[in-house]
Design a protein around this ligand. Structure first.
Ligand SMILES: [Zn+2]
Length: 78
């Protein structure tokens, strides 16, 4: 007889971006109008954004650390 413990491991508390790091999903870089590039792999540690945070998952009040532009001034890099 096999007892599955999967339901227990699923409850493990991990930050949202943990899965993004593993999957490599949504890790696109975004460039500000001033030339600053937001790299999800690096985040913006000086402003409380952990490495692995996708651009889409940035706090709503996050702005460009260089020029203060809001997120809608950023363009996705290929
Ligand atoms: Zn900027």
């Amino acid at each position: 007889m096999t007892v599955s413990r999967i339901s227990e491991t699923k409850k493990a508390d991990k930050p949202n971006n943990y899965f993004l790091i593993l999957k490599g999903a949504k890790m696109d870089k975004y460039e500000c109008i001033c030339g600053y590039v937001y790299d999800p792999a690096k985040g913006d540690v000086d402003n409380g954004v952990n490495p692995g945070t996708a651009f889409a998952d940035l706090p709503a009040d996050w702005v460009c650390p260089l020029c203060g532009a809001t997120q809608d001034n950023f363009k996705k890099l290929d």
